[in-house]
Design a protein around this ligand. Structure first.
Ligand code: URA
Length: 169
């Protein structure tokens, strides 16, 4: 699951998250680790576009939080990618800045959270693209570990004894 900030102009018109320029960069980053949109559930902290694309206000994030909470309950993600400081503040309040913790994984209950720079920030500051690429490579490593099928159970001592006897025969 991926959580962004809020719908922008294009998202508002189309009713889909991340369909503009930031979404194109997000698609490229997903493709880098072998994923496409059909593999992920994408949503935002705010469900409506703030006027003039201004930052979400705390009371707006608060008003939308039951929807986000319900989405988390229904989707039951193993991993949540947190895009940008507003999603970070909502999902992991008091964790400090994205610049400090981006790319790290924090496990809370059944969910592993990975804070990342928002792709829109990388559209303004090209230096962040390399950080995002590096962090997505780390996301792939986390996913490979977290989604790996569990190892087969150890055979019980009796079964092991029998198979050892068979080997001796
Ligand atoms: N930025 C976001 O945070 N969300 C979108 O859906 C689009 C741009």
């Amino acid at each position: 699951m991926i959580v962004g900030e809020a719908p922008g102009f294009n998202e508002d018109r189309q009713g889909e998250p991340f369909v503009g320029a930031a979404g194109k960069l997000l698609d490229t980053l997903l493709a880098r680790i072998g994923l496409s949109r059909s593999d992920v559930y994408i949503t935002n902290v705010l469900k409506c576009r703030p006027p003039q694309n201004r930052d979400p206000m705390p009371n707006e994030a608060e008003a939308c939080s039951p929807y986000l909470a319900r989405q988390l309950t229904l989707v039951r993600p193993k991993v949540v990618l947190i895009l940008g400081r507003h999603a970070l503040e909502r999902l992991m309040p008091g964790q400090g800045s994205i610049s400090r913790i981006h790319g790290s994984m924090v496990k809370r209950g059944d969910i592993a959270y990975v804070p990342l720079f928002h792709p829109a920030a990388a559209l303004h500051n090209g230096a962040l693209v390399a950080d995002l690429e590096h962090d997505f490579d780390r996301v792939k490593i986390y996913l490979d570990k977290l989604l790996a099928p569990p190892p087969p159970p150890e055979p019980s001592p009796v079964v092991r004894q029998e198979s050892e006897q068979l080997r001796l025969l």
